[in-house]
Design a protein around this ligand. Sequence first.
Ligand SMILES: [Zn+2]
Length: 276
Amino acid sequence: MGVARGRLAPTPSGHLHLGNALAFGAAWLSVRAVQGELLLRLEDLDQGRSRRDIADGQRRDLEWLGLHWDREVPAQSTRSYRTEGLPTYRCDCSRKRRLAGVCSHRDTPSVTGAVRLRSKQELIHFLDRAQGPQSFVPDQDAVLLRRGGEPGYPLAVVLDDYLDGVTQVVRGGDLLEPTAVQVEIYQYLGWAQPSWLHVPLLLGPDGRKLSKSHGSTEIRALRDAGVTQEQIWAALLPLLGCQGQGLAGAEFDASKVQGGTCVAPNLNTLLPGFRA
Ligand SMILES: [Zn+2]
């Protein structure tokens, strides 16, 4: 058994918000609970939207939240990705054509266009540490390399996690279903999967998906408004099944993490601009 290794993988196209804090808090607790190693990796595949100043702000926010990492590994934009070992075909159809079901490139591949995974399109099973056994059929043949050769997210994240030696993936619940494609890629490559843990989607005090209408939930805005790190964790830790005082003293048990969607207690006290 090697060392347990997790990662914080922010996308530097927007500032960190409370939902990110919940997911990164879970990743931090999960790896610290087993004295593992925590990596920081910038997921900046979208070069048009990724910004260096936002990445710097994210590092600052993570430090301020007490989410210290052990080392930073190369950002996705600096890596190269190959589809070796994966069954693929090229398709140059527009999204509209694919949705209309008229793409025939699975049978007669295009010579140009995006490289797609030839999915078995069967049920993929995996275990989520919080939400239990999961089964999904990948909803389409995922884009592994875009038309211009840039990697798609499913390929990049699997190769990164494998090469970085990540043994536990902890992230937001919006990525629960897309995990199926990633599991299929692991299966094709014959690689051991990491363990999976998806945290709940955070709702505002009114029970609706957290959005700008609740006031800014950006960590830097909360900090500027005088909210403390302790207040943020007091609101978020119960959603991760943690009792105890603050992040450092919290006892983490993945099976107690709530699933689905959650309203954080006392969230309205954190959101100065909140309008019910
Ligand atoms: Zn096609």
